[in-house]
Structures are given as C-alpha cells and as structure tokens.
Design a protein around this ligand. Sequence first.
Ligand SMILES: NC(=O)C1=CN([C@@H]2O[C@H](COP(=O)(O)OP(=O)(O)OC[C@H]3O[C@@H](n4cnc5c(N)ncnc54)[C@H](OP(=O)(O)O)[C@@H]3O)[C@@H](O)[C@H]2O)C=CC1
Ligand SMILES: O=C(O)C1=N[C@H](C(=O)O)C[C@H](O)C1
Length: 262
Amino acid sequence: MKTKIAVNAASGKMGQQVISQATSHSQVELTAAFCRSDHRLLGRQVGFNNIEYTSDIEQGLNQSDVVIDFSLPEGTMELVKQTAKTKTPLIIGTTGFSDEQISELKDAAKNFPVLLAPNTSIGVNSTLALLSLAAKMLGKQADIEIIEAHHKHKIDAPSGTAIRMGQAIAEAMGENFNDLKTTDSRFEKRTRKKGEIGMSVIRAGEIIGEHKVLFALDNEIISIEHKAQNRHCFAEGAVEAAVWLAQQPAGFYTMQDFLANR
Ligand SMILES: NC(=O)C1=CN([C@@H]2O[C@H](COP(=O)(O)OP(=O)(O)OC[C@H]3O[C@@H](n4cnc5c(N)ncnc54)[C@H](OP(=O)(O)O)[C@@H]3O)[C@@H](O)[C@H]2O)C=CC1
Ligand SMILES: O=C(O)C1=N[C@H](C(=O)O)C[C@H](O)C1
C-alpha cells in the first residue's frame, strides 16, 4: 500500500522539492500540501496532482500517514500542535531550533513518532560515521574546524548540519560539543585554544549546502567534505525516511535510526 504523505511549508524551496520527489515515487501518494492562509498558492492545484494547496492542516493530516516539514522553527512548533492532536508521524528537516524547542519536540514524541534531521541526505549521514572514526583516531591531537557554506537566504548559523557534525565528533571523543565549540573566536585577538572545535560560516549566492571538516595536525591535514549538488538529495532522504517513520511507534528518532533499521 502507498504511504500517504502531507507536505508542510509547501511553498518553500524544500517544500517544492519534496512535492516533486513524493509525486514521482511509486510507493508514495501526495495527500496534502500546506501553505499559510494568506499565501498566493492557496487553492491552486499542486502541479498536475489532484489536490490543492490548503491551510486546513487538521483535515490534511487526517488524510495522511505522515507529514514532512521544512519550514522555520515557528512553523514547525505550530505544526506540532496539530500533529499532537492527530498523532501523525512527523519528519522535521527544519533547522535553527533553540534547546527549549528541541525539548518540546522530544516531549511531543512521547505520543507520536517524530524524526528530527538537520540534514536528510544519505551522503551527509554517511559522512557523520566518517567523522566519528576520524575523531576517535585524531581528535585529541588535531585542531578541528567545521566550515560550512550556504546561500544568502539562509537565516540560521551555524547550519544544523554543522552542529550535528560537531556533536558527532565530540561524542566520539567522549566530550560534550557545547564545551568545545567556538563560533565567534576569529574576531578576538588570541591564538587557538587546545581542543576547541572551531565553526566557520559562509553565506553567499545560491550555494546549496557545503560542509568541510578539517583535522589539522602539525605536518598534515585530513579533510572530510560533503557538497550537495542540488536539493534533490535532501528531498529523497526525507521521503524515504517518511515511508519508514509511518510504520514506527511513538518516539524520538534521527536519520541514524532510519538508516540502521530500514
Ligand atoms: N534537513 C535538511 O536536509 C535540510 C534542511 N533545510 C532547512 O529547511 C528549512 C526550510 O528551508 P528552505 O525550503 O530552503 O526555506 P524557504 O525559505 O524556501 O521556505 C521556508 C518555508 O517555510 C514557510 N514558513 C516560514 N515560517 C512559517 C511559519 N511560521 N508558519 C508556517 N510556514 C512558515 C514559508 O512559507 P511562506 O512561503 O509563506 O513564507 C516557506 O514555505 C530551513 O530551516 C533549512 O535550514 C533545508 C534544506 C535541507
Ligand atoms: O538552509 C539550507 O539550505 C540547508 N540547511 C540545512 C542545515 O542547516 O544544515 C541542511 C542543508 O545543508 C541545506
């Protein structure tokens, strides 16, 4: 049977990409596409599909097995109020949440399945495993710098992926990322602190999403890099994860749970 998928923030760059992926997937049916109540798309047909953009989230969720959200933190937190009522499994690709918002999402996940993924591409999630290995082997001697580049429209910084990479590195070293990260030190007059994980951010043009991690030793540098060539990789991973999440019990999941158990 096909998995019925609803798309939140359907007007966005990722919303549109997920719609395109869902409608071309043989095991998926697009059942709802949500946009804000004042949006120019409201009531318009979604591509050549037999549905219209709607702001009636509750009705759309009732017709769907799972919902995919790439919006802004406020949009996600609004959506969660609705999924808490309908118990609809929720894939969250949105980034930029505060610690309090993440706690709220974890609380909500006690009653229905929630998968939070700052990056839904299979490539980035494989890169996390490479970073853990490098961190275990080199983390204590190397200077570690995470460099990310994105388009000029992006609001949050550092990216959700860069933070996730830092967490994976710190965890592999038996450390807490919050104790090691430095995001603004390059504007201070000081030398590098031993053990810090530096975060560098570029916002320019239409860069889709690039992440590079340097493990710099005194005489050599190891560099692990991922470059998204287009947004298809994010949409593809999100839709595959949604098909999986629709079958899971209530709980808080990551892409690692999906990839390890699919
Ligand atoms: N996990 C991953 O792999 C990826 C994550 N992302 C993340 O996904 C998010 C969206 O990215 P992108 O599609 O590029 O951004 P866009 O700016 O293109 O789209 C944002 C969408 O969110 C909607 N929105 C914003 N605020 C609200 C709100 N309060 N209530 C309801 N809807 C809202 C917008 O609606 P409107 O048109 O009405 O303004 C729009 O549809 C970002 O957080 C980004 O970091 C992006 C790519 C990959
Ligand atoms: O805003 C984006 O575009 C992206 N955001 C995600 C993030 O913050 O990590 C993932 C991807 O790199 C694109």
